[in-house]
Design a protein around this ligand. Structure first.
Ligand SMILES: Cc1cc2nc3c(=O)[nH]c(=O)nc-3n(C[C@H](O)[C@H](O)[C@H](O)COP(=O)(O)OP(=O)(O)OC[C@H]3O[C@@H](n4cnc5c(N)ncnc54)[C@H](O)[C@@H]3O)c2cc1C
Length: 391
């Protein structure tokens, strides 16, 4: 049995689900294929380890598909200030939402909460069909259709196939698109903590020669700390018992953090950069981590993926409304043309921060002077803030 769709999306993570919702809202016939189960509702008060900063553009996307209102207020932490400084530096750079006439920069939300809200928004869209616990085993791009065979025996056809299955995308591999990978030889230790101080409206990052230390606020005296470093040191910290880890953080993190009441959880992730050489192939397009993985120090990976969604959904809605081929180059080629330079700019920015602040003494002094200089250039700061917000 074959089933026909306008667009088939493989991967129901935050980016794939957001694309399904954006296209579903525009009345396209969409298939969403996800290897795992549909996300379960979040009904406990435990904070998950994976947290993302959603910028204003991402927040607006979630609002437009009806997912934002499904995120309970107690699970979103809006922040108004961002601070960055170097451990040996001459000053800090402070970004304030107020200085560009905004109430906040965006919100920190747990990934599982974002993903569940997006999937819940799909329930209202009968034109989106979800195929869970299913993965493609073969794909074939023809002249006017693409054919996808799933491991549960289903055969789907569509005008366009979207690879949204994250960094290890098989859609990308089967389409013959190669990737360039840079291993930073760093891991990020994520630690959820309960803090003595309330500091919920600020997110900060201190650069050290080993890697940045960051505080991402969560609601109610909770925070997600990110401690980048040498893989062996990170593994050793990850293996500490809660009390040893708590006192180590109090000693090694900036005093601004204040005391820690408790360590609530930890996990570590390898840090790499990855970029697909092309975002498109015949009737195939890539979005999110399937297309690009950036160093998470600027907290922009998901925001880039959701910006892909905004741009691709616009192109496809236009093609659909004008009876044009959804998988044609006019639609997906323009998407790639728009998105690639944006991603490259973000990659260059995060790469510069990483290299400067983990480089030798001279580079770090230059970086530190750069932060101090940025503090004295309000227009440059405003430009950077608008870029990071996606507005
Ligand atoms: C330490 C760390 C901190 C980060 N912090 C931030 C932050 O603050 N802000 C931010 O914007 N970004 C952040 N990021 C980046 C962000 O987490 C990713 O960019 C984002 O999760 C990518 O989403 P995705 O939907 O593209 O891919 P994924 O989240 O990888 O989702 C892929 C989905 O595809 C499914 N799948 C996989 N294979 C198949 C298959 N064969 N068939 C069907 N389905 C399949 C998976 O089950 C999954 O549901 C961070 C990343 C790291 C490592």
């Amino acid at each position: 049995m074959r089933e026909y769709f306008d667009v088939i999306i493989v991967g129901g993570g935050m980016v794939g689900a957001a694309l399904a919702a954006a296209l579903g809202k525009d009345r396209l016939q969409v298939a969403l294929v996800e290897a795992g189960e549909a996300p379960a509702p979040v009904d406990d008060d435990r904070f998950d380890l994976r947290v993302s900063s959603l910028n204003l553009a991402s927040q607006r996307l979630l609002e437009s598909v009806g997912a934002w209102s499904l995120i309970p207020e107690e699970r979103r932490c809006p922040f108004r200030h961002i601070l960055a400084w170097d451990i040996q530096g001459q000053g800090e750079t402070r970004f304030s939402a107020e200085s560009i006439g905004l109430e906040n920069f965006g919100s920190f939300v747990e990934n599982r909460v974002i993903r569940h809200a997006l999937w819940a928004s799909l329930v209202e869209m009968p034109n989106v069909e979800c195929f869970c616990e299913a993965a493609p085993i073969a794909q074939l791009s023809g002249r006017d259709r693409v054919l996808l065979e799933l491991d549960n025996g289903r055969l789907l056809t569509g005008s366009l196939l979207v690879g949204a299955e994250g960094a290890g995308s098989r859609v990308r591999e089967r389409a013959g698109i190669r990737v360039d990978v840079t291993d930073y030889h760093q891991r990020a230790l994520i630690i959820n903590v309960q803090t003595a101080l309330p500091q919920q409206d600020v997110s900060w990052q201190r650069f050290t020669p080993e890697g940045p230390q960051a505080m991402l606020p969560l609601t109610g005296h909770h925070a997600s700390l990110v401690w980048y470093g040498d893989p062996e040191k990170v593994r050793a910290r990850e293996a500490m018992d809660d009390e040893t880890l708590r006192t180590t953080i109090e000693k090694e993190f900036p005093s601004r953090l204040g005391g820690l009441e408790r360590v609530l959880g930890r996990a570590s992730f390898p840090i790499k950069r990855q970029h697909a050489r092309r975002y498109t192939a015949s009737r195939v397009v890539l979005v999110g981590d399937a297309a690009h993985v950036v160093h998470p120090l600027a907290g922009q990976g998901l925001n880039l993926g959701l910006q892909d969604v905004i741009t691709l959904a616009e192109r496809l809605a236009y093609a659909h409304a004008h009876n044009k081929d959804l998988g044609g180059l006019a639609s997906i080629g323009r998407y790639a043309l728009e998105r690639r330079p944006q991603t490259l700019a973000m990659m260059a920015a995060t790469e510069t921060f990483h290299r400067v602040f983990t480089g030798g003494e001279g580079l770090r002094s230059a970086g530190s002077a750069g932060l101090a200089l940025a503090e004295r250039l309000p227009q440059a700061k405003q430009w950077m803030m608008r870029r990071a917000l996606g507005i």
